[in-house]
Design a protein around this ligand. Structure first.
Ligand SMILES: [Zn+2]
Length: 369
């Protein structure tokens, strides 16, 4: 049972859900505030007060979100670390025929987990300032678009307001940039940040368990159509501690009288710095026991990868349609948005029926919806 970023898959969902729910709640509040007195001549003036009230509500909502993020990120990272430890124990007990209990024993303190949680929470809640500004800006933009057109009939004004709000709802809160300079929308950014943290937690806990048990070597999986960043590391034996590098004879893992010639390509830390386990990476590694570990077999599934990526795109479309639904000013707009949601969901049903991609309804949600 090797360790890989995919071991932590799914653990980000609770946090992502909280952000999707917050986005939906903010849109619903803007729509409700905009609809107030939409037919009255003094609508624009009234909206200036509504904006203040919206900002207070939004701030309170983001304070709550901060607490939720702290709790869910902590759970996700701790679970990922536990899985990494369990994977290491399973590998060693299978390869050595030892009882898993003998490989457990006291773990060093969870300092690494605490640090990963703190980093991830800081990164994720660092989105709040932008969420607040982007939603308030969107709200003000709708008012600015409609205010000069006070002479329009009420119906026309409503349509124009809906159109302006939909422009924002369709794309959601965007403009988050990662360290590689790529732009993300809000929920994808939160997910990426947490997946990075959980992947690290799983891999670090795995390494820690192997080291504690006295094993220093690991071997990286071999995947067809591998990612460019990982190609140099495929099938390579790496050292966790860096004490042994290069082509050397090491002691056989189970036979004291034998040595095995092995080439150690570098440290796991160096491989990670060079790009191994980049976000979205599907490689893995496991303990390398000289003379016992067989070379890794191919584990990747390029067709499956493509199908999964397509599913992610379709899920984003469902979420965009659900934002339109949240931003509806009236029943007509709500019905139209609802139809878009159904069309987008039908596309997902077709996709999962014809590929190996597995539907994950939670990923199509805006929070609990
Ligand atoms: Zn990779």
């Amino acid at each position: 049972m090797p360790v890989s970023p995919t071991l932590a898959e799914g653990l980000a969902q609770a946090t992502v859900d909280a952000y999707l729910e917050a986005e939906r709640a903010l849109l619903t509040r803007i729509a409700a505030a905009l609809a107030k007195g939409l037919d009255a001549p003094a609508w624009a003036e009234r909206q200036l007060f509504e904006v203040q009230s919206f900002r207070r509500q939004a701030r309170a909502l983001l304070v709550e979100l901060q607490a939720t993020a702290q709790r869910t990120v902590n759970e996700a990272v701790a679970t990922a670390a536990n899985r990494g430890t369990a994977a290491a124990v399973a590998e060693l007990s299978t390869a050595l025929g030892a009882a898993p209990d003998d490989l457990l024993g006291a773990l060093p303190g969870g300092q690494a987990v605490v640090r990963l949680v703190t980093e991830a929470v800081t990164r994720i809640t660092g989105t709040h300032a932008r969420i607040l500004r982007a939603t308030e800006d969107a709200y003000r933009q709708v008012i600015a678009d409609i205010a000069p057109r006070v002479l329009l009939g009420a119906e026309t004004r409503r349509e124009a307001a809906q159109e302006a709000l939909n422009r924002f709802a369709e794309r959601g809160v965007t403009g988050f940039v990662d360290s590689a300079g790529r732009g993300w929308d809000m929920s994808s950014y939160v997910e990426m940040a947490l997946r990075t943290a959980t992947a690290h937690a799983a891999v670090d806990a795995h390494s820690e368990r192997l080291e504690t048990a006295g094993y220093d070597l690991i071997v990286v999986s071999d995947a067809p159509q591998e990612c460019k960043l990982c190609r140099p590391w495929e099938g390579k034996v790496l050292s966790l501690t860096g004490t042994t590098i290069g082509a050397i004879d090491v002691q056989h893992a189970t036979d004291d009288d034998r040595t095995v010639h092995v080439t150690i390509a570098g440290t796991l830390a160096a491989a990670r710095t060079a790009g191994l386990y980049h976000p979205g990476c599907r490689h893995s590694h496991s303990a390398y026991l000289p003379g016992v570990t067989r070379p890794p077999t191919a584990t990747a599934d390029p067709e499956g990868d493509k199908a999964r990526q397509r599913l992610r795109l379709l899920e984003r479309r469902v979420r965009a349609a659900k934002r339109l639904e949240a931003a509806a000013l009236d029943d007509t707009a709500r019905k139209a948005a609802r139809a878009k949601v159904r069309t987008a969901q039908a596309a997902i049903r077709d996709h999962v029926a014809s590929t190996t991609a597995k539907r994950q309804p939670a990923r199509e949600g805006l929070g609990a919806r």
